[in-house]
Structure formats: structure tokens, C-alpha cells
Write a protein that binds this ligand. Sequence first.
Ligand SMILES: Cc1cc2nc3c(=O)[nH]c(=O)nc-3n(C[C@H](O)[C@H](O)[C@H](O)COP(=O)(O)OP(=O)(O)OC[C@H]3O[C@@H](n4cnc5c(N)ncnc54)[C@H](O)[C@@H]3O)c2cc1C
Length: 600
Amino acid sequence: MSKLVNPKDLEFLLYRVFNAEQLTEFERYQDHDRTTFDGILKTSERIAEDFFLPHNAKADEHEPQFDGDKVTTIPEVKEAWKHFAETGLMSARHQYDDGGMQLPSMIHMACNAYFMAANPSTAGYPFLTSAAANVIHAFGSEQQKATFLPPMFDGRFSGTMALTEPDVGSSLGDLTTKATPQDDGSYRIKGQKMYISGGDQDITENIVHLVLARIEGAPVGVKGISLFIVPKFLTNADGSLAERNDVQLAGLLHKMGYRGTTSTVLNFGEQDNCRGYLIGEANKGLSYMFKMMNEARIGVGLGGAMIGYRGYLESLDYARNRPQGRSVTNRDPLSKPLNIVEHTDVKRMLLAQKSYVEGSLALCLYAARLVDVQEGCDDEQQASEAGVLLDLLTPIVKSFPSYYGPRANDLAIQVLGGSGYIREYPVEQCYRDNRLNPIHEGTHGIQSLDLLGRKMWQHNGKGQQLLMARVQATLKSALQQPSLKAMAELYQQHLNTFMQTVMALGQKLQQGEVETALANSAVFLDMMGKMVIGWLWLEMADKAAQQFKDSDAAEDQQFLAGKLQAAQYFIRWEMGEINHQAQLLTSFDETCLSMQTEWF
Ligand SMILES: Cc1cc2nc3c(=O)[nH]c(=O)nc-3n(C[C@H](O)[C@H](O)[C@H](O)COP(=O)(O)OP(=O)(O)OC[C@H]3O[C@@H](n4cnc5c(N)ncnc54)[C@H](O)[C@@H]3O)c2cc1C
């Protein structure tokens, strides 16, 4: 079996649960069929296994080096980048006219799953590049598109997103990088950016930074932020490289994980000669960047899910092969030891991982399917509803996998015992890599405020209604299957508790008691994440139970039985916490809110 993703799982999710073939009914995807989908998935799996996985540990041990002049990465990263670019995956989502494959987002996401599981640091370079290219494609001028997109798509140029500054992280409205208009229509950029992933490297001939900056005289706060293309090397009219732009690498940052991706501090305009080109209209930069960030947030969710998934498969393989101890009823010291996968407590840890990571992957694929309906469906209402639902779910797609992925990796370490703690086994690196995900692209806390303070009530709560309609449809179907009735009824109880909580929070916000209502937003984010993942597990169980009746191959039945058991685990074991969370939220518990800073 693949070390990266269980192929049965991907097939089940894509074709059974989310009906990928139905997407080919949209005009945009009509040239595709299951054969083309499977072809690109197979290619992705092969390239991930042959060119990304083998140097995952090496890139961790041999971080990129900066000698004060240039950065050096290990050669395997360049090789992987080259193979990735050759697949056409960088532009796969785009239209044929733009050099793309018109590949559905859901299939693209499944392809990316292989790379994220194989080597998240090396995958970071192409993923950032395609996200940056997508922003230029959506909002750039024709000239900007013609100059930068072809070399970004074919792998000559890479891309970055440069938002964070040393003193400005979560609160982007405070950023200070300046942009001064020039007579030729360009801008002079001045400021310092920090933590910029891929901000310098020796992999590509040029780097296209997308930089948030404030044009002199712009309004304060988020309404005065503009977005600029700032290339490392300027380009001539024919696309060839011209002189070096005034973007200097101040230094590399040394991280806990994700060590293969450079993390940089960049100085823009030290010599007052950094040229930038405005994207779209002035002062709309943050909304343009949100296109990239929303995409990146789903990508971060996928990272959380797939690094967790890799750890799960590693720990499962270890548990199946590690003999240790005997059953609690066996007192014969001469009897053959059991493999640890037979011990109930190890099963618990494996089931928890399975429920987190397979549930998270399902969520990421579902979000990508919403993108497909939003972008490809002719029916305007369906397309717009998909967009509204995606908006609501984005903080959860970012946060659930990035919080529970590292928890899965923590359990994987525990399954391996001492072996889990040493660097000869990959699970400790998985944990270190995955620990980034709740921090970047909007921290866990910021996502929770976005969800409870904004997304829940956007479009007059339409997103909630759309979500509930889908949840009810799953419940109705599951309740009709005798084997799922008890699970579905339990889910229904949790759903009622959740809805009562939402009402209480909504009322508090309507009364204008914002601080009290949002005080426990992280609890709400977790609670709603569990509701959504529980729903997807019920949906998977429903499809698995239907398929179970039609399949007679033992291997398929074992796979489906595993899905049913994991659904039961998640709904019975993990969702129980919802009652306690509802209690904290509906009583507007003030333990954290009323804590005084002096009391720490
Ligand atoms: C490895 C790595 C790669 C990165 N890559 C990039 C990149 O490519 N481009 C880029 O622009 N940035 C990048 N970042 C930066 C990243 O997005 C920021 O670290 C993140 O947004 C948090 O900002 P901060 O570190 O300044 O923390 P802070 O904003 O100072 O937050 C610290 C803590 O305070 C909490 N907090 C802050 N404000 C609030 C609030 N209003 N309410 C409640 N809690 C709050 C946060 O949740 C967090 O727990 C990267 C970071 C890392 C570590």
C-alpha cells in the first residue's frame, strides 16, 4: 500500500462520497472523465513517492544555508520542483487558453494530498507559487499576467506571499511597509517583512513576491492596504531577466519543523530602489490577498490532514509489526507476544488518528468540491450557494485539520513508544512539521473570531441554513439504515445542542455584548469543527453501509467496516465533548475573560 494515502480511501471519497464524476457534467470539466482523473492522480502519486518522499528527512536535517550572499538548498529540492513543474500541476486548475488543464479543484486537491504527505516543506514552494499565480491571474493587468504567469506556470519563477512584518502578524491593519508612486506608474517599496516562506532560494531563476504595503496618504487600517508585485529580478519587455531589484535577504529563520522551506526576513528598499507594481486598484490589496489566503487556508487544512495521515499510516504499519506483551487474560509468559495493534489501547490511538485524518481529508475535498460548483456550475443559484457555504466553512477547513493533525501525530509517536521519539522514525518530524499549521495563515484564535464574529452571520446566516440542509439530508438517509440508526440519533442530539448554542450566541451578539459573546470563540470553533467532521463521518458511514451490501470482496468489506467503526468512534467518543462545550458557551463562562493580567 502507498505510504502516503490509502488508495482505497481516496477512491471511496472521490467517487463514492463526493461523486467526482458528476463534475464532468459542468462545461468547464466536460473533457475529463474518471480515466483522466485517475491518470493525473497516479502521476502525482508517482512523483511524490519518487521525488518528494525520499528527501523529506534529509531536507529536515540539512536546512537551507545562507552564507551572507546566497542561499543553498539541497539539490533534491530542485529536482522535485522540476518534476512537479513538468506535470503541469502548477497551472492545472486554469483554462486551456491560459495553459491549464481545467482540472477540477477536488481532483487537484487529491493530487496535492500526495505531495503534502510525502514532503510538506518541498511541496511548499510549488503550492505558494500556484497560489500567487492565481492572484495575478484573477486581479493582475494583462501585461502583468503576460509577464509573470508563463514563467510561474512552467517553473522558472516561484511566488511568495509577503504580509507579515516583525511588529505586525495577526493585525494586518497595522502594517507599515510603504509604497511611493513613481512617474512611470511603478512604486518604490520600503519596509521589512518577516517569516516569508520561500522568500529566497536557489531553486528558481526569479522570485515573484506579492507584497502588502500602504501607499503614502492611504487610509489607516485594513482599508489602506494595497498589493504589489515585487520581483527579485526585474524583467525586460521580452520576459528575460533584467537587473536585480532592491530586495535583500536579511537572514534565514531556523524552525522547529518545515525546515526544508526557507523562512526569510526580507528588506525591501534598503537602497531606496525597490520597484513594485500595483495589482488591481489601490487600497483593495487585502481583499485580493484574501483570495490567495482563502486558497492557502484550505491548503493549510490539507497539510494538517496529510501530515497527520502520513503519521497514522506509519504508526499503523509499526503497530502491525511490533510484537510486545500479551492479552490481559493471557498469563503464559512462554506464549507468543501479540503485535501491539491487538492491544485495545493501541487500537484507541489508531482509531482516534484515523477519525481525525480521514475526516479532515474528507473536509478538504468537500471544500474543493464547493470551489468546483462555485466556479463551474451553470445554475447560478447552486454556484452562489456553494460560495456562501465555502465562506462559512473556510475557518473550519483551516483549523480542524491543523489542530487535530498534530494531535494525530502526537498519538502516532505514542503508538511507536520510544521509537516514536527518536529521529530514525519519521513520526517525530511529522509532529514538528504539522505544529506550524495552527500558527500560520491566521492563527487558531484568529480563525475562531472570524467564524463566530463574522462568518456565522454573513449573508443573514444563509451559510448556516445551507449547512443544516445538507446535514439534515445526511441524517435522513442514515436514519433509514438500521445499522446506522443509533449513531445517527446520537448525532441528532449533538446537533440540537449545537443549534441551541448558536442561538444563544447569536442573541448575545444581537444585544451588542460582543466581548462576552466572543470570549470563548476557540471553544466554539472546536465545537463546530466536531459537528462538521461528525456530519462528514455520518455521510461516509452512510455511503459505506450502502456499499457494504453490494460488495463481496473481503478486502473491500474490511475497508468499509473500518469506515463504519471510525464513524462510530468519532461520534461516540469525540463528539461527547460538545455537551461540555455547549455548557461553557451558553453560560457565557467568564473564567478567561475576567482573568486579570496581574494575576498570572
Ligand atoms: C514557518 C512560518 C511560515 C510563515 N510563512 C509566512 C509567509 O509566507 N508569509 C507571511 O506573510 N507570513 C508568514 N508567516 C507568518 C504567520 O502568518 C504569522 O506568524 C501569524 O499570522 C501570526 O502572527 P505573529 O507570529 O505575529 O503572532 P501574533 O499576531 O503576535 O499572535 C500571537 C498570539 O496572540 C494571538 N492573538 C493575536 N491577536 C489576537 C486577537 N486580536 N485576539 C485573540 N488572540 C490574538 C494569536 O492567536 C497568537 O496565539 C509564517 C510563519 C511561520 C512560523
